[in-house]
Design a protein around this ligand. Structure first.
Ligand code: HEC
Length: 215
């Protein structure tokens, strides 16, 4: 879970978000395993990956991991309250928002210093979500963000689509209200980054995706 190594010793690619799970506590990883073990096993073999050279050279990930993988679980910040710390852990580790919302560099690494300022997944724009008023969600109220994260729509902002719909339907909609509140509290403190507003328009034109126009 933390090092991105499969049960057969192969390096995994960060499409499996181990770069975020590297921050999980050991207790939480073991709790996930305990739950998975109670699920009915399914015997179907997993389909093989179909990657062309050089992307099938998994050992290259060893060097990548040295450069870009965190080596310790996330530490609590004693200068911040419990809600903020819970939110930081959810956003950065467990709910791995940055795997989609942080822009990536040439080596597919998440760009330092531009956290959560907008990425791309499956051809969808994963918008800038810190509180810049124009390119981020600075103009959304806490109630709107809470509704969006827990139900996939908020007055003037919904409905959600793409990978975020899956994230909401399968995961965030099942979180207790206190966890959503913690996510919102933390998100409000992430340094806003101004991104190119044209990014939003391109996304919409390409996909018919939700855009600023919705508000
Ligand atoms: C698997 C990828 C993925 C993950 C994980 C993910 N998001 Fe998203 N998110 C997206 C995509 C794609 C969109 C655009 C959806 C759309 O336009 O309908 C989006 C949209 C949003 C929006 C709407 C922004 C706007 O301006 O319209 C917010 C807010 C948001 N995500 C917050 C979060 C938070 C907070 C987390 C973690 C708790 C998170 N997302 C995790 C992919 C993801």
């Amino acid at each position: 879970m933390r090092s991105g190594i499969s049960q057969h010793g192969e390096n995994l690619y960060p499409a499996f978000p181990y770069t975020s799970y590297a921050l999980l506590s050991t207790d939480h990883i073991l709790a996930i395993r305990a739950y998975l073990r109670t699920l009915a096993p399914v015997g179907d073999p997993s389909p093989a990956n179909d990657l062309a050279f050089p992307y099938n050279q998994r050992w290259l990930m060893r060097g990548w991991n040295l450069l870009f993988l965190a080596s310790n679980p996330m530490a609590t910040d004693p200068s911040k309250d419990e809600t903020w710390n819970r939110g930081a852990y959810l956003v950065e580790a467990l709910a791995h928002c940055g795997e989609c919302h942080t822009p990536r560099g040439l080596m597919f690494q998440r760009k330092q210093g531009e956290a959560l300022s907008g990425g791309e997944v499956d051809g969808w724009k994963a918008w800038n979500i810190p509180s810049d008023p124009e390119s981020g969600v600075g103009k959304w109220t806490d109630e709107e963000l809470t509704a969006f994260l827990s139900t996939g729509h908020a007055k003037g902002h919904g409905p959600v689509g793409g990978a975020m719909r899956e994230a909401v339907d399968l995961s965030f909609s099942k979180l207790p209200a206190a966890d959503i509140e913690a996510i919102v509290a933390y998100l409000r403190t992430v340094a806003p980054v101004k991104s190119d507003p044209a990014l939003r328009i391109t996304g919409k034109a390409l996909q018919g995706q939700r855009s600023l126009e919705k508000s």
